[in-house]
Design a protein around this ligand. Structure first.
Ligand SMILES: *Cc1c(COP(=O)(O)O)cnc(C)c1O
Length: 385
């Protein structure tokens, strides 16, 4: 795939000829926006995820936003989340009118440290919003036990976790509400896109209305019935529907997903084997509960003192050797808005801050060859010497 000397990106989507053909068929069909392909894609998602309800959306960000809106948060309500995530997670909490409460991460798994969540729960807490970091499920037993004890909702940011499993159960098939991303860097893509799954039929109905202008075709109000309007609106909605053009890709990506995850897993295991014991890196660790990791990212943390360089230095050294390195993620609570609005300060969440300054994403995607990976490892060995 990559001749030596070619630039190796940290991520690249894998699009089959049949996916590309389906997009062409969609374009020629005369129906481009939300229609039969979205309906089929939602059915396929429900089947794959064993999800009671699945709604295709324009992005995961839209799913998090609409999911939180459907949970009817009031100003002052608190949502507990991780600071080691893409900023969309926290932004949607603010957009839904609530206050994000960040709890530090476990430095081994990089997931929200569920053991610390209890201490952050107050009488204002309404929702727990974990991220299954890199596709590694959080400790769902402990998380849902806490939520049950305190009467809290759970919105899982599963942007990384399509295909992930916790103790034999697929993320999306159990619990409260989950949101998956189909951004091109994620494990499967629809260009841009996302999906919300939930066990709550009422929440699904609200999100279904909110994703398309607030339009309802059933339960018409008296005015709508009197004027013979074909639909009614009981609250203003948004414009977050998925297009058939996107679903055309998604239908084929979903068929290929288990193969993608198998290849990602093989590459991740190869990284773990070959990088074990390197003093310059702290490798990601997996927990003892049984799980299926979807390996969206492979994210060692640089031991900058032993590496003799900081992250910028490492990224530049790898770029000079033709290799792209990603950064997922700088800690969210140190961004200016979160400091100014919510008073977060450096030092508040030491694990996430230390990791956020040192974490790197090594190249990992299904069409990456063993030879590509050997090139990454050789470049790292050179960079550190
Ligand atoms: C990618 C990502 C999102 C946002 O997904 P979009 O589909 O781009 O909106 C949210 N949370 C996490 C953790 C992500 O990685």
């Amino acid at each position: 795939m990559n001749a030596p000397g070619d630039f190796l990106p940290f991520s690249r989507p894998t699009l089959s000829e049949s996916a590309i053909q389906e997009v062409e068929d969609c374009l020629r069909s005369g129906w481009i926006t939300t229609g039969p392909r979205v309906e089929r894609f939602e059915g396929a998602l429900k089947d794959y995820l064993f999800a009671p309800h699945a709604l295709a959306l324009s992005s995961a960000t839209a799913g998090l936003h609409l999911g939180l809106l459907a949970m009817e948060l009031r100003p002052g309500d608190e949502v507990i989340t991780t600071p080691l995530t893409f900023v969309a997670t926290a932004n949607t909490i603010v957009e839904a009118g609530a206050t994000p409460i960040f709890v530090d991460v476990d430095p081994g798994t990089l997931n929200l440290d569920v053991g610390r969540v209890g201490a952050a729960i107050t009488e204002r807490t309404r929702v727990l919003m974990p991220v299954h970091f890199a596709g590694l499920p959080v400790d769902q037993d402990a998380l849902y036990a806490l939520a049950g004890r305190h009467g809290l909702r759970v919105l899982e940011d599963a942007a990384h976790a399509i295909g992930s499993e916790h103790r034999g159960r697929r993320i999306g098939s159990f619990g409260d509400t989950q949101v998956f991303s189909f951004h091109p860097n994620k494990n499967m893509t629809t260009g841009e896109g996302g999906c919300l799954t939930t066990s709550d039929a009422g929440l699904a109905a609200v999100v279904e209305r909110l994703r398309f202008h607030g339009i309802e075709r059933k339960d018409l109000g008296t005015a709508a019935r009197a004027t013979r309007a074909p639909y009614d609106v009981s609250a203003p909605g948004f414009k977050c529907n998925m297009m058939d053009l996107q679903a055309a890709l998604g239908l084929h990506q979903l068929k290929d997903l288990d193969g993608f995850i198998a290849r990602r897993t093989a590459l991740a295991e190869r990284y773990l084997e070959r990088l074990e014991g390197w003093p310059q890196l702290r490798l990601p660790r997996t927990p003892s509960y049984s799980h299926r990791h979807s390996w969206h990212l492979f994210t060692p943390v640089l031991e900058v003192e032993r590496a003799g360089m900081d992250r910028d230095g490492f990224i530049a050294a790898m770029k000079a050797r033709g290799i792209g390195i990603g950064v997922h993620y700088p800690a969210v609570h140190v961004f200016r808005f979160y400091q100014e609005r919510f008073g977060y300060r450096l030092g508040a969440l030491p694990e996430a801050e230390r990791i956020g300054e040192r974490i790197v994403s090594l190249p990992l995607f299904p069409t990456m060859t063993d030879a590509d990976q050997d090139r990454v490892i050789a470049a790292m060995r050179e960079a550190f010497n």
